[in-house]
Design a binder for this molecule. Structure first.
Ligand code: F6P
Length: 557
């Protein structure tokens, strides 16, 4: 195993620490003194136009960050990932989500297996299935075509598909709608199914492991609902044979554990596989994206995958100084480790991206929320900042106050598109133009602020001048694309996957395991009998848990 380099012992780290002490970030002055700053710090990657110029860096900082990347060998680790080395050390696995979007004629043999052929075999099966459902050739047990697809999954088996489905609603086929059940709170399953017609509903049970408590519980509830409702309407007679037939027509599965899928009663012919080298949070471009294929169709999904691949190629081959995922990952390191940022806002000015921040929370925080390195030794600096966000302009009327005038440094990514799916004129007003004016205004206000003199010059009473001053120098990155196409959504996801990777390499952590979610899962299974009234199990719990469970048992009706 290659030992991770301790970033804090590198020369670049020392240089960055010194630069931090000397640097007095002043975006107003920097833009005045460098008329080309915007051009110098703006890069085009596939369809993404990325402006880094409003970040708190000068050329010396960028230079030192790139030297840091060199000293911790980001390039070597990147090559190891793309070539299928087992860089997920704690699970001894390759990390090959980039293989999911390789073109059919590419070659990649990993652990003796041609993974490109495997990937395209599953894609072809997904496309053939989607064509049948979309054309109405696939029918339910009573001969009706499918109108609603309910994806049952959680974490990576939910957040990716729901985010992308919502992002690409303008590309959705009429007549087929998707819903997503994830929470084990029974209200979720009830809300998503109670008004559906079972005869026209298809369930996708998506679980990489096919052992996840929430998903298997919801899957069983969905199966019971389907059989109960079909029997109630007389569509099936309640016999085992008709039940099996109904499940075969109304349930498909996505998993790496196809044996467990069969045990659940789903026909292996209706199961779509993937591989242990695809992490859950990196899986929306695998069979986990089946709801997306059903919604936007095979051509749309091909376009989606081509967007990922374009950014993969950029990340793999672009020179460090123009490599956007590398630069953005290093900027995040600068903010976390040198300027003390604890969180990072992601603010899409695109309503269709309203689940993007939630999606990124799993991608970034399940990946980099670690305190040990891949060799088991403690990390030597802060890791994993908190990602959060909401679409603009909604956020402007909620939390932007704190970003503008609070005491914390919150780097923010602003994302938008030039052409909306539904251009609207309200009289003479160009509504999308107004929307974008807000996008541009916010990043300018955050960067350049408003001085006391400027506030006074507006005739503001002296006693409220301080409250109306904006310090500025609040860093932002602006990302624009021509339109929110399937390819652009793929590009955005791949961009953040690689940013996350770069940060993980600098910190020396395994960004591909998630042991931190295990303890809570195990305890839930131990506490479950106590919650069901088992007195012995109750006394085995800690004092607080006993007291909380007892209150619950007294108060449930
Ligand atoms: O939360 C832990 C986790 O393992 C995630 O990494 C994963 O995306 C999620 O649970 C769901 O897992 P599965 O797809 O195996 O049901």
């Amino acid at each position: 195993m290659i030992t991770p380099v301790d970033p804090t012992t590198t020369q670049a780290w020392a240089a960055l620490a010194a630069l931090k002490d000397q640097l007095h970030p002043d975006l107003r002055t920097w833009f005045d003194e460098q008329p080309n700053r915007a051009e110098e710090f703006t890069f085009d990657v596939a369809d993404l136009h990325v402006d880094l110029s409003k970040n708190l860096v000068d050329a010396d900082v960028i230079d030192a960050l790139l030297r840091l990347a060199d000293e911790v060998d980001v390039a070597g680790r990147r090559e190891a990932m793309f070539s299928g080395e087992h860089i997920n050390v704690t699970e001894d696995r390759a990390v090959l989500h980039t293989a999911l979007r390789l073109p059919r004629d590419a070659e990649l043999v990993v652990d003796g297996q041609d993974v490109v052929a495997d990937v395209h075999e599953v894609l072809d099966k997904m496309y053939a299935f989607a064509d049948k459902v979309r054309s109405g050739e696939w029918v339910g047990v009573t001969g009706k075509r499918i109108e609603t697809v309910v994806n049952v999954g959680i974490g990576g088996s939910d957040l990716g598909p729901v985010m992308v489905y919502e992002a690409l609603l303008p590309y959705k086929q009429d007549g087929i709608a998707c819903r997503f059940v994830s929470n084990i709170d029974p209200s979720d399953c009830w809300e998503k199914t109670h008004d559906l017609d079972p005869e026209t509903t298809l369930f996708i049970i998506a679980s990489k492991t096919f052992t996840t408590l929430e998903t298997l519980t919801n899957a069983r509830m969905a199966r019971a609902w389907l059989l109960r409702e079909l029997a109630a309407s007389g569509a099936v007679d309640g016999s085992d044979e008709q039940g099996r037939d109904a499940v075969a027509k109304h349930f498909v599965a996505v998993s790496t554990a196809l044996d467990k899928v069969a045990d659940f009663g789903i026909d292996p012919a209706n199961a779509f596989g993937f591989w242990d080298w695809v992490g859950g949070r990196y899986s929306v471009d695998s069979a986990v994206g089946l709801p997306v294929v059903l919604s936007i169709g095979p051509d749309g999904f091909r376009d989606f995958l081509s967007g990922f691949h374009a950014v993969d190629e950029h990340f793999r081959t672009a020179e460090p100084g123009t490599n956007v995922p590398l630069l953005m990952g290093l900027l995040n390191v600068w903010y976390v480790n040198f300027l003390g940022a604890e969180s990072h806002a992601v603010l899409p000015y695109a309503q269709y991206l309203h689940r993007f921040a939630a999606y990124l929370q799993q991608l970034t925080m399940e990946s980099n929320g670690k305190s040990v390195r891949w060799d088991g030794t403690p990390v030597t600096c802060d890791t994993g900042e908190i990602f959060w966000g909401e679409p603009g302009t909604n956020g402007q009327h909620a939390f932007y106050q704190l970003i503008h005038q609070g005491t914390r440094l919150i780097p923010a990514d602003f994302i938008t598109v030039a052409n909306p799916a539904h251009p609207v004129k309200d009289g003479d007003a160009d509504v999308h133009g107004l929307f974008l004016a807000n996008f541009f205004a916010q990043t300018a206000a955050l960067a350049f602020g408003k001085t006391a003199e400027e506030v006074r010059s507006e005739g503001t009473a002296e006693n409220i001048v301080p409250a109306r001053v904006f310090q500025g120098n609040r860093p932002t990155t602006s990302i624009m694309a021509p339109a929110l196409t399937p390819s652009v959504v793929g590009q955005l996801i791949a961009l953040y996957e690689h940013i996350t990777f770069v940060q993980g390499v600098v910190w020396g952590i395994d960004s591909f395991d998630q042991w931190g979610v295990e303890l809570g899962k195990k305890l839930a299974m131990e506490i479950a009998p106590a919650v069901s009234g088992d007195a012995e199990a109750l006394v085995a719990q800690d004092g607080s848990t006993q007291s909380l469970v007892s209150w619950y048992l007294k108060n449930r009706t």
